[in-house]
Design a protein around this ligand. Structure first.
Ligand SMILES: [Zn+2]
Ligand SMILES: [Zn+2]
Length: 362
């Protein structure tokens, strides 16, 4: 018989207590209990109403003073996953990489579609509007209050939509090339990307963000989009979820990306149908496509362990799929999704025993 009361109690106290010593002892108690229950998590889902977050979480953006040039050193000297053995390059992905019970062609296609909507984000800006702590907690916010030492930041994201500009709201193309030109393009497209708020916090950071699409291998051609804003009601600090807007005046690129988004939605819907008769505990597959250390895309597999729901109706998952710095904001695909088949949860952070995403729907 599984007993998860220890965790709910510990989390409630963690959220309510301001006594650091007490919190520290609670964290230890929680870890010890979690360690004992780790095996059972693999075989049985648990639910609660508190989002996971603690004082010593690692938020997984990658940072280098040298920009792209600094990334090989970060990848090769990774402390969390030194060999990256479980990070499969997307260019060599095949069914044999999947957990045995999930070796189905539909899931390979789904992962390839997820690959095509995954992007790398980079910027060298920290807004002074970042809070010092996560709302409602005493837990330090990443680079809170604009603490910035000049390093470039790398994260991941997922393309949500590609729309033509709104003729009533939008002016000429807001990309950097057009903004510097006396003849900016009239026709352009919005590309919406969801990432973690600690990767891109607000418009001040969005306009400094570059989105690299199709970065599948070292040989991939350089295709980038410029950030220009945040979607309306697009920032959720507590849930670590942010909808950033990018633009392109390249019609062929916009059409290609729109097709990737449509293909991804379509395959996720058919996969939910395919697995509809499978019991929940037998389909807790988690797939993450991300840019660890800002490198070309890698795929990791795991199982989701715990699902939470917060007061705003967002859900959060914990999972054992591997993540590294650079994975923040990456799409976390969870197989058992009834209402919204496509994943919409951005990876957020790591604790000792599991990784977790920011808030999403369903
Ligand atoms: Zn790593
Ligand atoms: Zn432009």
């Amino acid at each position: 018989m599984r007993d998860t009361r220890w965790r709910n109690n510990a989390m409630s106290l963690l959220w309510s207590t301001s006594n650091m010593a007490r919190r520290s002892s609670l964290v230890n108690e929680w870890r010890s209990a979690a360690s004992q229950l780790q095996a059972s998590w693999r075989n049985s889902a648990t639910y609660s109403t508190h989002f996971v977050r603690s004082a010593n979480d690692t938020y997984e953006t990658e940072w280098t003073f040298e920009g792209d040039q600094g990334l090989p050193d970060r990848f090769q000297n990774c402390q969390k996953n030194p060999t990256h053995a479980n990070f499969i390059p997307v260019t060599s992905l095949e069914l044999s990489h999947f957990p045995e019970e999930f070796r189905r062609p539909s899931l390979l296609t789904l992962t390839e579609c997820l690959r095509d909507v995954t992007v790398r984000l980079s910027l060298n800006k920290v807004s002074s509007k970042r809070p010092s702590v996560f709302p409602g907690t005493n837990f330090e916010y990443p680079f809170g209050e604009g603490k910035h030492d000049g390093r470039y930041r790398f994260g991941s994201g997922r393309i949500r939509f590609v729309n033509e500009k709104d003729p009533y709201e939008d002016g000429t193309c807001p990309c950097r090339e057009c903004q510097a030109s006396s003849d900016p393009k009239e026709d352009w497209w919005r590309v919406g990307v969801v990432t973690a708020t600690h990767v891109v916090f607000n418009k001040e950071e969005a306009v400094e963000t570059t989105c690299r699409v199709g970065y599948d291998s070292e040989d991939s051609s350089l295709v980038t989009l410029d950030g220009y804003g945040i979607a309306k009601r697009g920032t959720f600090v507590e849930e670590d979820r942010c909808n950033v807007l990018f633009c392109t005046h390249d019609a062929a690129l916009a059409n290609r990306l729109a097709k990737c988004v449509a293909d991804y939605k379509s395959i996720t819907e058919s996969v939910v149908q395919e697995f509809s008769g499978v019991p929940e505990d037998e389909k807790r597959l988690t797939i993450i496509v991300s840019h660890p250390h800002g490198y070309p895309k890698r795929v990791t597999f795991g199982a989701w362990q715990h699902k939470d729901k917060d007061k705003n109706g967002f859900t959060q998952y914990t999972y054992d799929a591997d993540t590294c710095k650079g994975t923040s904001g990456a799409p976390v695909y969870v197989l058992d999704r009834k209402k919204l088949p496509f994943c919409n949860h951005p990876h957020s952070a790591a604790q000792d025993l599991f990784n977790y995403c920011g808030g999403g729907y369903g």
